[in-house]
Write a protein that binds this ligand. Sequence first.
Ligand SMILES: C[S@@+](CC[C@H](N)C(=O)[O-])C[C@H]1O[C@@H](n2cnc3c(N)ncnc32)[C@H](O)[C@@H]1O
Length: 286
Amino acid sequence: MELTHRDFDDLRGYIYELCGLHIPDNKEYLITQRLKGLLRAAEAESWRELYEFLRRDCSAQVRNEVISAITTNETSFFRDQHPFDSFRDQLLPEFCKKLVARRLSGDRTPLRIWSAAAASGQEAYTLAMIIMDHLERNPGNGLRPCDFTILGTDISARVLAKATQAEYSDFELSRGLPEAYRKYFERAESRWRVRGDLRSMVEFRQLNLVTDFTDLKIFDVIFCRNVLIYFDQATKKQILERFSKILRPGCHLILGSTESVYGLSEAFCQERIGKAILYRLKGPGC
Ligand SMILES: C[S@@+](CC[C@H](N)C(=O)[O-])C[C@H]1O[C@@H](n2cnc3c(N)ncnc32)[C@H](O)[C@@H]1O
């Protein structure tokens, strides 16, 4: 079925409005490959008919179907390793010292971590496992799992359902999970389920990064990896501006290895911690 220039422009315009994803010129295949299932489901006989249907039917269900078809949800446990090493070796011990000091002064506020664009949850659970491992190795500091909260958000309801279910295949575990962390999973028939004590540290919620999210509470660290690449410059700038409003000054934003704030935001300074490049929000230490 032919996708005319006009169909392509209209459909990519619709997707841009919906989730900020910028489909570049010459990437018609993204539309034809990823939306062909919707074409059938909507019983549309042309791309124009599908476009008109999408513009007409703005139900949450249809929007979720488009999002689930068009987004790339690739992820894995300990993806790219270095940011998690920096978190485990540098950021987390510092946070724990501050949490202990807070507790001594009667402040029970938990440490708040955000996995923005969490996909099917592996990043959020990787952080929960690192924290649990740290607590088990340092029982003397008196901190408990409830002193940490991890918010995982994504625009795709489909991947969030999987993240909440917290069940993964042997193959998914084999992609990056160190053997020593298998103990944080329990058997669930032919799959593996993240243990309940780790699940209770993590909450998942649908959130579109292109909308205003500055009413979220302040975070101590934000992981937003491998999603900014899909947005245009203006959208990246807006998202970074919003991050700067809800990250504690002096704390870190962690982007994907091919992403940077360079040319987009003056609010952060680049910092190498271990083998990872992180972005510190300018201001007094956190
Ligand atoms: C490639 S995955 C990255 C997952 C994880 N952060 C990682 O690095 O492994 C990108 C995720 O961003 C989500 N995403 C795309 N557009 C989004 C938007 N506007 N708001 C929130 N999430 C979005 C997709 O649904 C997808 O799950």
